[in-house]
Design a protein around this ligand. Structure first.
Ligand code: SAM
Length: 299
């Protein structure tokens, strides 16, 4: 499915449906014997989409199964990031491309926290309708910011009450391949402009060679071997396959203190390492956490 500069979507189409894929993975993890986290909302989102006539294809179900361990480790890593940020006094969070992320409802936010979520208007409307239908109560003050991340989202965020003079915990999970390279640069320039000293950001970044043609071909071949219909839409068809700035370097050059862990290491840490067969289908991501030091703190 070709992407265009100003395309938009609802929850069941194009990039929107990838949020349902993540919800499927979170629902599966939540119901396994020894889950890394429990997300009771994930299943509610799947059921609500199904009631609206959505059905995951067999290929999507299989793909979600294959990357289930990756999605679980990723979710746990971002959960821990937000909990640590709160414990360190940050009470303003911005979830970029929130999709069906239910952290505002399920994490133990410290008193007085506010969570802002940015995503496409139709995606956030589906999410709000579903949560309202189940009388879900957020665990922090919640502000939806329905706007495209290629548009002037800083304005929309500040109109929703965001305070750029207070430290923020930002997250970008499952987002970057869906933005063009220039859009990614602009996103982080804007995040940096809106970040007071003491802010943090957690990013699922593209690892080196993510878009290497040989790797992409091996990935397609492995999808075929796994019986996944290669003529159907693949998430890779929704990516902007363009080389990106190295985010670790980019943030470091601008004064952020960066730590990074590769996807496979993270999966091992959480006992979710992929089988040899599934390794090429595991995204080649790097999980980056960066902190903007407070003035006067030791270098
Ligand atoms: N971060 C969420 C999570 O991990 O559950 C959702 C991840 S999902 C793979 C990708 C999300 O990015 C979708 O909800 C989609 O609507 C959102 N997204 C992608 N590009 C966007 C854009 N330009 N503006 C707003 N949202 C966008």
């Amino acid at each position: 499915m070709a992407r265009t500069e100003d395309d938009n979507w609802n929850i069941t189409e194009s990039v929107g449906a990838t949020a349902l894929g993540v919800a499927m993975a979170r629902a599966a993890e939540s119901s396994c014997d020894c889950p890394l986290f429990t997300d009771p909302y994930a299943q509610l989102f799947i059921e609500a989409a199904t009631e609206h006539g959505w059905q995951p294809t067999a290929s999507m179900t299989e793909r979600v199964r294959i990357v289930g361990g990756y999605a679980a480790a990723r979710t746990k890593w971002f959960d821990e990031y937000f909990i640590a940020a709160g414990a360190n006094g940050i009470d303003q969070a911005v979830i970029l491309a929130a999709g069906l992320d239910a952290r505002a409802w399920r994490l133990p936010w410290v008193d007085g926290s506010t969570v802002y979520e940015i995503d496409q208007p139709q995606v956030l409307a589906f999410k709000a309708d579903t949560l309202t239908a189940h009388s879900a109560k957020s665990a922090a003050a919640y502000r939806a910011v329905p706007v495209d991340l290629r548009a002037n989202w800083p304005k929309a965020l500040q109109e929703a009450g965001f305070d750029p003079s207070t430290p923020t915990a930002w997250s970008a999970e499952g987002l970057l391949p869906y933005l063009p390279a220039a859009g990614q640069d602009l996103l982080f320039e804007r995040v940096a402009e809106l970040s007071a000293e003491g802010s943090r950001i957690a990013v699922e970044a593209l690892g080196p060679n993510t878009f290497d043609p040989e790797y992409l071909e091996r990935r397609r071949e492995q999808l075929r071997r796994a019986g996944i219909d290669s003529s159907g839409p693949d998430t890779a068809d929704l990516w902007f396959i363009e080389e990106r700035a190295d985010l670790t370097e980019w943030l470091t050059e601008r004064g952020w203190e960066v730590t990074a862990v590769e996807a496979l290491s993270l999966m091992e840490r959480y006992d979710r390492a992929p089988s040899a067969d599934d390794e090429d289908l595991t995204p080649r991501s790097v999980f980056i956490e960066a902190r903007l030091p407070l003035a006067g703190s030791p270098a």
